[in-house]
Design a protein around this ligand. Sequence first.
Ligand code: NG6
Ligand code: CA
Length: 516
Amino acid sequence: MTRRALLLGSATATLAMPALALTGARRRPNIVVIYADDLGFGDLSAYGGTRLHTPNIDRMAAGGTRFVNAHSPSATCTPSRYALLTGDYAWRASGTQILPGDAPALIRPGRFTLPSMLQKAGYRTGLVGKWHLGLGDGQVDWNGEIGPGPLDVGFDYGFFMPATLDRVPTVLIENRRVVNLDPTDPITVDYKRKIGTEPTGTENPDQRQMGADPEHSGTITNRISRIGYMTGGKAARWKDEDLSDLLLEKAVSFMSASRTDPFFLYFAVNEPHVPRAPHPRFVGRSGMGPRGDAILQLDWTVGEMMAAMDRMGITDDTLVVFSSDNGPILFDGYDDGAVELAGDHRPSGPFSSGKYSILEGGTRVPMITCWPGQVRAGHVSSALVDHVDLVASLAVLTGQELPRDGALDSFDMLNPLLGKTDQGRTHVVEDTKLMVVSGAMVAGSGERVLALRQGDWKFIRASVDAAPFHGNPIGTAPGPQLYDLAGDPGETRNLAATMPYLAGRMAALLDRIERD
Ligand code: NG6
Ligand code: CA
C-alpha cells in the first residue's frame, strides 16, 4: 500500500528518514507534549491577548517558535487526542466522538501509536492527566485491574483521569488501578440512570458550588455536579482545586525518574476545561472569573515544568511542544461567570467561534515548540501544521520507521516544528461532529462535518444548519462555503457562489482525501 500522503503528492516527505544531524544536543531528546484543554488562540498574552497575562508561556514563546497556523485535528477532545496519538485523522474511524467516562478503549492494544513508536526507539513513555480515549473492553472494573488502557498502547506509566473533569468517575488511575481506592467502598458508574442515594445536581441543586445545565446535573462530587452517576470510591475522588498541583507533581516525578533513558511525557492538563475550580491561590487573580483564573494556573504550571527541567539540567535536551486539543468556549455547562466576565477578551483571537465549530476558532489553536539551540528562538511561524503530524515528525527526529498501514495522515513536519522553515503542509482537513443538546443540534457526536484548508483558502462542506451552542456558531450550512482567510480570518464572506471553480476543486480534493 502506498502511503496516503505520498499518493496525494503534497506536503514534503512523509517516509521516515534517518535522524537529522542535529547540532549540539544529542539526537534523541526528551519529548514533552503539554496539551491544554479548550485553550483558545486569543487566550494567551503571547498571542496578543491583553486581558490575561501569561508570562511563563510568553517566555517559552520567546525561547522557541510560536505557530499562528497550527491546528488541532478536531474541534473536540477525543478525536484530537486520537489523531495526535495515532497519526490518523479521527474522522476516518467510527466511535471517535466525545466519549462517556465508561466507554471502551478506542485505540486497541497492539496498534501503532506515537508512544509505542517512541518505546521502540528506547524512550520511557508516560501519560499524566486527561485520557478520554476509553478504557476496558465494554465493562470497566473500576475496583480491579483496569484495561486495556494507556499501558496497552505504548505508555510505560500512566497517572490519569479516565475522561474529563465533568464526567464520572471523578477518580485518578495510576497504571491499572484507581488511586486511593478503599476496597470496602467500591465504585459503580452509570451513564443512563441514577444509582445509589448520593445527591445529584437535579435533586439537590443547593449542594453544589455552581449551577449547571441538565447534562451536568448528575452525581455531585466535591460540591460539583457531573455528567453521569457514580457511587462509592469516596476516598479516591479528586479535589478539583488540588488536581492541577497533583498532576504537576506526577509529571515532574516522571521526568526525574526517567533520567537514564530519553523520555516522552504526554502531559494532558485540564485547564481551562469545565468545571473550572482552580486552586485558591489563583482565585480572583484574573478578574475574569474561574476561566481566566484557570488559564493563569495553567501558565504557572508551564513555568513550574520549565523550572523543573532547568533544575534537572535537561532543558537543552528536551523538545517541548505546547498546544491545545481544541478551541475555546466560555459557557460549557456550568454557571461560572465566564460569559459575563469576558468583557472584550476574545478567546479565539481574530477567528470566529471556538470549540465544537468547523469555523477556524474550533481548531486553530496556540502552539509553541521549544528546545534551546535546536528550535529557532523568538520565531513566529506561519507554517500550516496539525497535531496529527507529530507522529511522522517525531519518527524522523528519532530515526523510526512508520508502518505501511499506520499514521497515514501524519506528515513529516519536523523542520517547521524546529522553526527551520515556514513551509508546512499544503492542506489539512478540519473536523467536527454534530450532536443534539437539550433538543438543539449542535456539534459534538453525530454527523461528521469536514472542511479543507489549502493555503489561505478554506472550504466547508455542505451539511445541516446547526444551531449555535451558547454563543459559539457551529459554522455548518446547507450549502458549500468558501473563505479567503487572508482577508477574512473571521469567515464572514462566503465566496462559494462567486468562485465556483475553486470551491469545486477543493470539494474534489477533500473527497479524494476522504476516499484514500
Ligand atoms: C460535551 C459536554 C461538555 C464537555 C464536552 C467534552 C454536554 C452538554 N456538554 O458533551 O460540557 O464535557 O462534552 O469536552 O454534555 S472535551 O473538551 O473533552 O471534548
Ligand atoms: Ca477539549
